[in-house]
Design a protein around this ligand. Structure first.
Ligand code: FAD
Length: 390
């Protein structure tokens, strides 16, 4: 495995929201998002921000995103992602049963809290649809929500209702990746990690890749799997492959928990503000924001301030704000919200790309699908709608 950094998981997988959100996979691209876009664009503190760039890829991404904002497409995407997410959940549980992995993993369930009645009503409709696809979820009123998660007491008066999913997990993605690297490099058939190697381009002859040109020379293999986060599209572009992945910048805060009872034990999502909260060991991880604002992972202190305000309003006594660690990362997002998996026009090149806001949740499922394809086995989940050609 080639990696440009000196360790694994130092980019988008570093300090993400920590949610293994197997039942919350509905894409951002949905009809309900269209009326929200104008107010979001006008407010400085909105969960979604758009900074126009001289970049055709950004505009193409936006047009495809808008085209995907219809009920049929959103339902289809939800169905496909749920299948992949449930598969990932079973693989995660099997992995944890087989290995001692230390990554602050908890099976703590999740509450998605709604602060306006209309969005709670539409969440209940989604609950009914997802029930038909195998999700076990429950709609709670404000009082029951606070009974289930007492740390939400400060917010009770604002709560219209919540959707509770007991079967959701959480964990620290950076620690998980490092634990996985430990297990994989120690296995009977160990993986070799080549760290500090930057891929410059893929070398192809006809419709086969024959090598990877890097700053440390050329590496050759029988088959190649491209899993490069937001860089993937630039690396395949010279081969004539257009991968619709564009960075969607998000922010997180890691805060020490100083008051056990005031911090949530269950993972919480504030639906309107699109902010997620997870307890990771002795820390509270808070994540949110989706900024279509270029390709540089530069922290905007205004956005960090807005996220701090959210925590103050929701869990005011849980943490010591003077010790917060801010971070931003670039989600490798596709307009529809589905990853791009499987083969390419090059017979020995495979893609495992475009995981967007669900890379931790889906990683084990998508990884196994690709491993099966590389080995010539039939993947356990169908790939319709997830392949490069749609
Ligand atoms: C704020 C935020 C919160 C999130 N919360 C959650 C969550 O709660 N749950 C969830 O499931 N997902 C979440 N996500 C999404 C998740 O973090 C991503 O989907 C996931 O990290 C993407 O993984 P990746 O392996 O595709 O990309 P990365 O983790 O970025 O890995 C790509 C790797 O490729 C390497 N690379 C790139 N280019 C080259 C090159 N040219 N040569 C060599 N190496 C290269 C990079 O160094 C990097 O290590 C969140 C994301 C953000 C930003």
């Amino acid at each position: 495995m080639l990696e440009r950094n000196d360790a694994v998981a130092l980019e988008t997988s570093f300090a993400n929201g920590g949610q293994l959100s197997y039942s919350y996979v509905a894409p951002l691209a949905s009809p309900s998002v269209i009326p929200k876009i104008p107010p979001w664009l006008l407010r400085r503190d909105s969960p979604l921000k758009f900074v126009p760039e001289w970049d055709a890829a950004q505009w193409r991404w936006i047009l495809s995103f808008l085209a995907a904002c219809n009920r049929r497409r959103a339902d289809l995407t939800t169905q496909r992602l749920l299948r992949l997410a449930f598969y990932s959940r079973s693989l995660m549980h099997a992995l944890i049963a087989a290995h001692r992995l230390d990554f602050d993993y908890v099976r703590n369930g999740k509450l998605v809290v709604h602060t306006d009645a209309a969005s709670f009503e539409s969440a209940k409709r989604l609950l009914a649809y997802q029930e038909s696809l195998g999700c076990e979820q429950e709609a709670l009123d404000a009082r029951r929500t606070v009974e289930v998660e007492p740390a939400l007491a400060a917010m009770e008066r604002r709560i219209a209702g919540s959707i509770y999913t007991p079967s959701e997990d959480a964990g620290d993605c950076f620690k998980f990746c490092n634990e996985l690297a430990r297990v994989m490099t120690a296995a009977p058939n160990p993986v070799t990690l080549k760290l500090g190697v930057t891929i410059r381009r893929l070398l192809a002859l006809g419709k086969r890749v024959i090598g990877v040109e890097t700053d440390r020379g050329v590496f050759e293999a029988d088959r190649y799997v491209l899993a490069l986060g937001t860089t993937a599209s630039a690396i395949v572009r010279p081969l004539g492959i257009r991968l619709p992945v564009y960075p969607l910048k998000g922010y997180s805060l890691t805060l020490p928990i100083v008051n056990e009872r005031a911090a949530p034990r269950i993972s919480v999502t504030d639906y309107r503000r699109k902010v997620v909260y997870a307890r990771l060991g002795s820390d509270l991880r808070v994540a949110g924001m989706a900024d279509l604002a270029g390709r540089e992972p530069v922290i905007d202190t205004d956005r960090v301030g807005q996220l701090v305000d959210e925590v103050r309003a929701t869990f005011p006594d849980a943490t010591d704000f003077s010790r917060l660690q801010p971070w931003c990362g670039m989600r490798p997002a596709t307009p529809r919200g589905t990853p791009v998996l499987g083969g390419t026009p090059y017979s020995n090149l495979y893609l495992d790309a475009g995981h967007g806001a669900l890379g931790f949740t889906l990683a084990l499922g998508t990884g196994r699908v690709i491993a099966d394809l590389v080995e010539g086995r039939r993947p356990a989940v169908p790939l319709d709608g997830l392949r490069l050609d749609g």
